[in-house]
Design a protein around this ligand. Structure first.
Ligand SMILES: *Cc1c(COP(=O)(O)O)cnc(C)c1O
Length: 341
């Protein structure tokens, strides 16, 4: 049975073109550095991100944690938003792998206050840990896109203090589509950037970490330490090349569908859609005004062939992706309307 899956863009299945490319991929042993398809993907990623070098990693979490591990020394302090993915959704890995301290700053819609950052960068004192890194997100894991001016400002503060910036750009191409810029225009305000091939871009597995030649050389060794030295991964890189070459260019369609979904849901009495927060492919809404228990919606919709996540703190999140069409959106809205009636 075909489901309409709105749980996340991580649920995207690889396209037929990806499967064909994976089948035919020319491969080698990537730990020896001789898998031609991986080399092609890493070069392509570097050119799109405007960085010297890139590395294929198994997941976004792996890429972020590898960045922390490579930039920092044990005991360093990392400044980042309290709601960002590294803090909220990476299983506390930063203390296990890099052995760093996450010093969280309050974040408003994915944006930190620059004065907060400035005041928390450590000076020289025998008591102080070293500020090893600042992490930013764009788009943020709650679907917000932050401006280039904001990133530029934070980056100039960090450069002035001699602290590197890592950008969690899991959805950097979504952010670029929303801002109407190239990914490199965003990535240039960071020293390293991680982005996912396996979300809206539809690849089955993989993320990329990009940065300077020296940084990626160090990261390559630490990737091995973390068990991420993989062999004939040209099979996966082949899908990644299609993700970057082709799927990247259609993300605006997901954004358009999210806007349609939000607009139509908002017409249902009692549903409050946070319209100004629809910046990429995510729609957040509060349905408490309908009197219907949002905890029951997932079960009801599943009976109609629609998969959603349960509410978080009472708020529903629907995510559009390549496999969700405009017709699907209209069907979902009809179903929700009938259920809450
Ligand atoms: C999904 C996501 C990640 C992690 O990616 P995984 O491949 O699921 O480990 C990191 N950061 C953000 C902002 C994400 O949305």
């Amino acid at each position: 049975m075909r489901y309409i899956d709105l749980r996340s863009d991580t649920v995207t299945l690889p396209t037929q073109e990806m499967r064909d490319a994976m089948y035919k991929a020319e491969v080698g042993d990537d730990v020896y550095g001789d898998d031609p398809t991986v080399l092609e993907l890493e070069e392509y990623a570097s050119s799109l991100l405007g960085k010297e070098s890139s590395l294929f990693v198994p997941s976004g979490t792996f890429g972020n944690q590898l960045a922390l591990f490579t930039h920092c020394q044990r005991g360093d302090e990392v400044l980042l938003g309290d709601d960002c993915h590294i803090v909220a959704h990476e299983v506390g890995a930063a203390s296990v792998i890099a052995g760093v301290n996450l010093r969280t700053l309050s974040s408003t819609k994915g944006q930190l206050n620059s004065a907060d950052i400035e005041s928390r960068i450590r000076g020289e004192d025998i008591h102080f840990p070293t500020t090893g890194l600042i992490c930013l997100e764009n788009a943020s894991s709650n679907g917000q896109v932050v401006s280039l001016e904001y990133m530029k400002n934070i980056y100039s503060i960090s450069q002035h203090a001699g602290v590197p910036v890592h950008l969690d750009g899991a959805r950097i191409f979504n952010a670029a589509a929303t801002l109407g810029v190239q990914a490199e225009d965003i990535a240039k305000y960071s020293d390293s950037v991680m982005f996912c091939l396996s979300k809206g871009l539809c690849a089955p597995v993989g993320s990329m970490l990009s940065g300077s030649k020296e940084f990626i050389a160090k990261a390559r060794k630490k990737r091995k330490l973390m068990g991420g030295g993989m062999r004939q991964i040209g099979i996966l890189a082949a899908a990644g090349l299609i993700a970057l070459g082709k799927m990247r260019l259609r993300l605006h369609e997901d954004h358009k569908n999210a806007l349609l979904l939000g607009t139509e849901l908002a017409k249902i009495p009692g549903i409050n859609v946070f319209m100004e927060d629809i910046q990429i492919n995510m729609v957040f809404f509060d349905m408490s005004g309908t009197g219907y228990d949002p905890g029951r919606l997932a079960t009801e919709l599943l009976n109609k062939g629609i998969k959603i996540n349960p509410p978080e703190n009472g708020i529903m999140r629907f995510v559009t992706n390549y496999w969700v069409t405009e017709d699907d959106i209209r069907y979902v809205v009809d179903c929700v309307e009938n259920i809450v009636k």
